[in-house]
Design a binder for this molecule. Structure first.
Ligand SMILES: [Zn+2]
Length: 314
């Protein structure tokens, strides 16, 4: 629970309103402008102490040493650091979203990956990471809350690099066939397989998410490899969406005592009947549950209310 009850909630709401006014979108680009309008409408409909409102409106990280707090889908991060918008082998996409923040371990993992990319993959286009203080987001993603998750596009960075306008507006391209049963053979190729395998072998990777059709292709392409050479497939998990990007998730960095790891993926390569389930009617059209109530700040680990209210990093 929050100490100070209503007063803390009012303080959080005031903080949120103040920052919203300061951060009104100035860019006239289509994607950024329409996303901002959608976000504003969604935010207006949320209670003042909804975690995605409070964390979605904070434009800067909190001061202090980096700490991932809670679990991937219920937590926050203090002392987050940004991934530079452009690096030798990467560019950040949709910069207006301000979601290229994370624990230094995530920044290091992305820089390490970018420095050792496989043949055919000249650079990474980085999608959503975390918000400046983590927490749930107003649009998209149940996870990405503690600075250890990142989406990376399944589009290689073009040799000439993208302009700022292109980074805001370029649509992501799917590598999955229209029927969802397999990869799109016109798009897919060995370089996609190599990239995903490289990520799956990163030492700090907890798991990664790809479209079930991509997992199916990876299983087929490794069918003749001996067991030990297939171990990396265990961490490549099928999930809805993820046809134009994959999601990488790191384990809690050493010494992060408030960070909660997830159970590791079940043993095996995940290529058998568990994968088949993803192509059933039940998986394709899951019955909608009751609408979810938005998570309140008081439902996150108690340290997250303090992170939300902490002064910004200098
Ligand atoms: Zn993701």
């Amino acid at each position: 629970m929050l100490g100070g009850g209503g007063r803390t909630i009012l303080a959080l709401a005031g903080l949120a309103l103040g920052i919203a006014a300061a951060a009104s979108p100035a860019r006239a680009q289509d994607v950024a402008a329409s996303e901002a309008a959608r976000r504003a409408a969604l935010i207006a409909a949320l209670p003042a102490d909804a975690a995605k409102r409070v964390f979605g409106l904070v434009a800067e990280p909190s001061a202090g040493s980096p700490r991932s707090i809670g679990s991937y889908a219920k937590g926050c991060i203090g002392g987050a650091v940004p991934l530079p918008q452009e690096g030798p082998n990467w560019q950040v996409m949709r910069p207006a979203r301000n979601r290229a923040w994370g624990h230094p371990a995530l920044i290091a993992a992305i820089e390490h990956l970018a420095a050792g990319l496989p043949e055919g993959w000249p650079g990474l286009l980085i999608g959503d990471m975390g918000q400046p203080r983590g927490g749930p987001m107003v649009t998209g993603h149940a996870s990405h809350q503690i600075g250890l998750d990142a989406d990376i596009w399944l589009t290689p960075m073009p040799a000439g690099r993208l302009s700022l306008a292109e980074r805001e507006n370029l649509p992501a391209g799917s590598v999955v066939a229209a029927d969802g049963n397999d990869v799109d053979r016109a798009a897919w190729g060995p370089r996609y397989h190599r990239l995903i395998e490289t990520v799956a072998r990163l030492p700090d990777l907890a798991r990664m998410f790809v479209n079930p059709a991509i997992k199916r292709a990876l299983c087929r392409e490794t069918a003749n490899s001996p067991g030990a050479d297939r171990d990396w497939l265990r961490k490549v998990r099928p999930w809805w969406g993820h046809d134009d990007h994959f999601h990488m998730r790191l384990t809690c960095p050493q010494g992060q005592t408030l960070c909660e790891n997830q159970d590791p993926p079940p043993p095996g390569d995940g290529c058998g009947k568990d994968l088949d389930w993803w192509f059933t009617e039940e998986a394709r059209h899951p019955k909608p549950g009751p609408p979810e109530k938005p998570l309140l700040v008081s439902q996150l680990p108690p340290e997250c209310a303090a992170v939300a209210l902490a002064p910004p990093a200098q």
